[in-house]
Each structure stands twice: as C-alpha cells, then as structure tokens.
Design a protein around this ligand. Structure first.
Ligand SMILES: Cc1cc2nc3c(=O)[nH]c(=O)nc-3n(C[C@H](O)[C@H](O)[C@H](O)COP(=O)(O)OP(=O)(O)OC[C@H]3O[C@@H](n4cnc5c(N)ncnc54)[C@H](O)[C@@H]3O)c2cc1C
Length: 357
C-alpha cells in the first residue's frame, strides 16, 4: 500500500511520521521547506528572520518537491496531478495543503505565509521607523501582528502608530470565547492601539483606508489579517463549504470520496484551525488508512475546548485554556517553548500530536 501525502506543514509531516512508524510506504509531495506559521508575525518586529522559520525536514521517505493542482480518485486508487501536469499514483491520498491567503482589497498585504512576512518586513524597512500601519482583522493573526509592531515602538526602535480595523460590530469575533473578547479591549488600551469596529475595509487609496460606510483612516501600510480561504488543490469528488474548505466525514475523508483524506486547515469541520489539531488530523488519517483506528475522529481543539496562546509582542498576551483566560506574559513564554519544540520536530521530520488521537 502506498499513500500520497500532499503538503509539507504540520498535518503532512505528522501523517508522514505516523506512516513511517507503521511501515506504510509514502510519497510526500509539496515544497521542500516546512514553514512555522505561528511565529511569522515576529518577522515584522525583527525578533525572528524569515529564514529561521523555514526548515528542510530530514525526509526518510520519498519526497517530491512540487506543487499539486488536483487529487483525483481512479478505479484502483488515487492520482495526484502536479502543477506541471505530471501525475503520481498511489492507493490513498492525504491532502494537507493548509488554507490560502484571502485579500479582497487591492493594496493590502496578506499575512499568512513566511513569504508574506518577508514582503511586509521589506515594506516596513522601506517606510522607515515612522509610519502609520493599519491592521485589518482583530483575530489571532491581527492581534499578534499589531502586538509585534507596537512592541518595536515600546522598545524605542520605531515610532509606529498602529490602528486596527474590524468589520464586525464586536472585537475579535473569531476568537473562541466571550471571556477572551472581554480582555482584548483592555490589552489594546494598555498598549495605546486605536481600534474601530463596524469598519469593513473596501478600498485603499492614496495613503487612506476607506471603509464601506465612507470613513477614511490614514495608513502608510495595510496588513490584511482578516481571514483565509480554502486550499487551491482541486478534489473533484469532494465537497467544499462556502469558504472553499473541504467537508470531511467522521474519518476525515473528503465527503464524497473514499480514498482521499483532507486534514488540518484544508478541512472544514468542528476542529479549530490550529497547529496541534492539524498534527492530530495527519496522524489519525494514517491510522485509519492502515486499519489501526476505526472509531471516528474525535476533535480536541474546538470552540468548546479552546487552548490557544495569543502573543502581543514578547512580554504580553492572552492565554486561553478552556474556560480560563490569563492575560500577561504566559502566552509569549508558552509560544516560545512550543516554537523551539516544533521547529526541532520539523527539522528531524518527527512531528507528532501532543494530545493522542
Ligand atoms: C500568524 C499565525 C499564528 C498562528 N498561531 C497559532 C498558534 O499559536 N497555535 C496554533 O496551534 N496554531 C496557530 N496558527 C495556525 C497554524 O499555523 C495552522 O493551523 C497550521 O499551520 C495548519 O497546519 P496544516 O498542516 O493544515 O497547514 P500548513 O501549516 O499551512 O501547511 C500546508 C502545507 O501545504 C503546502 N502547500 C500549499 N499548497 C500546496 C500545493 N498546491 N501543493 C503542495 N503543497 C502545498 C504548504 O506549502 C505547506 O507546506 C497560526 C497561524 C498563523 C498564520
């Protein structure tokens, strides 16, 4: 039996390592470099370089350095269609290509991949130390980006003014619980970040961000952290939700397909789109393919069971551990530890879920 694993992120590396442990033959197809997304906002403040967040895993299985266009089911298995139209066949496929950046407004800079952080850093260097930066979106990525930029001002490196724009009538609507949302305004006030609700950005023109209701805000740079869309890989037998993420059955198979699993951020379901959950998805998919697990996948990180650590620069943040919300330094400390562990695991190609599936 041969499994094609598509991607080189948390879910893909976890699936490949699980397959290695079970002696399942694997071909992993994706870029050579693994990107550690949870720390890309640190590139904006210069606390990390983009290169430090990219590692080439020590693949002990077949790896094809290519991007995938489509994953199809055939009579006898699956066919992986690469961007150059070459094909690779296998018995099963695990799609783990994450989400894609979504920027509906021209002139804004997305922040979802290391490449985006690299471009933003260049843009910041071009602007110099005195600039007004608008961060669109007050979810996890928006808050972490704003926190890094604000920290450069607090540490005396820049004179950045940071404003945050949120389309919803409430702050941080995508964060998992009410208790977190109550802490965010206090955090922003403490760090002198101005924020505006009901601010649906519709245009960026001549140094101004213009909202749908006609309000204008000065901004030399606009960081877009207002959501993502589904993966670009096409799965003809699969079914997508309205944002383009693949619906999956109780065993993480793409709905409508028998041999194609969709894991991590590419999938639509009750799991939160977080690294720890992606690791569990990848691991589970291989156990199910190998017949070692037959019970349905049990999500661990959900809206009712959130565990996340939102940093606001190196010294502040919000830690969410189920119903307990702890503001302060804990979040950056925990994230720093996780970053060291996960980057080592990625380099050694030994990714595994911290919470068993
Ligand atoms: C700024 C930021 C902060 C975050 N903070 C946290 C946090 O604190 N805790 C947490 O748990 N999660 C956090 N996350 C979320 C976490 O990074 C994602 O949930 C996780 O990366 C999802 O893993 P994945 O394997 O599904 O996808 P990804 O990690 O996105 O990996 C997808 C892989 O597929 C590859 N790929 C894409 N398209 C193709 C293609 N066509 N063909 C082949 N390969 C392809 C990509 O290059 C990549 O290697 C954060 C994310 C961001 C952006």
């Amino acid at each position: 039996m041969k499994v094609a694993i598509v991607g080189n992120g948390f879910a893909a590396l976890s699936a490949a390592h699980a397959a290695e442990k079970l002696g399942v033959e694997v071909v992993q197809i994706g870029p050579k470099k693994f990107e550690y997304l949870p720390s890309i906002t640190k590139v904006l403040s210069g606390r990390k370089s983009a290169e430090e967040l990219e590692v080439v895993p020590k693949f002990r299985w077949e790896h094809v350095d290519a991007l995938v266009k489509a994953v199809r089911e055939t009579n006898s298995g699956v066919e992986i269609v690469l961007k150059d139209d070459k094909t690779i066949t296998a018995d099963y496929a695990v799609v783990a290509t994450g989400a894609s950046a979504w920027v509906p407004v021209e002139g804004a800079f997305p922040l979802y991949r290391v490449e985006h952080a690299r471009k933003l850093k260049k843009e910041l260097e071009r602007l110099g130390g005195e600039a007004t930066i608008a961060v669109v979106g007050t979810g996890l990525v928006g808050l972490e980006a704003a926190g890094e930029l604000v920290w450069t001002r607090e540490a005396g490196f820049t004179k950045y003014k940071v404003i945050m724009l949120e389309a919803a009538p409430v702050i941080s609507p995508t964060l998992p619980c009410e208790k977190v949302r109550a802490v965010v305004p206090k955090l922003l006030k403490k760090h002198k970040v101005e924020y505006h609700l009901n601010a649906m950005v519709s245009k960026i023109k001549n140094g101004k961000v213009i909202t749908k209701d006609g309000k204008e805000y000065d901004a030399d740079l606009v960081v877009w952290a207002a959501g993502v869309k589904g993966p670009e890989v096409e799965i003809p037998c699969g079914e997508k939700d309205k944002r383009g993420f693949y619906l999956v059955d109780e065993h993480l198979r793409a709905k409508g397909c028998k041999r194609i699993y969709v894991t991590g951020d590419s999938s639509s379901g009750p799991s939160l789109k977080m690294a720890e959950e992606a690791l569990r998805h990848g691991w589970y998919a291989i156990l199910h393919i190998a017949g070692k697990k037959t019970s349905p996948y049990k999500p661990f990180l959900t809206k009712d069971n959130p565990f996340c650590f939102i940093t606001f620069g190196p010294n502040d943040g919000i830690s969410v551990m189920k119903r307990v919300v702890v503001p302060g330094r804990l979040a950056p400390i925990v994230k720093e530890i996780l970053e060291r562990i996960m980057i080592r695991w990625a380099r050694e190609a030994k990714m595994r879920p911290p919470v068993p599936v």
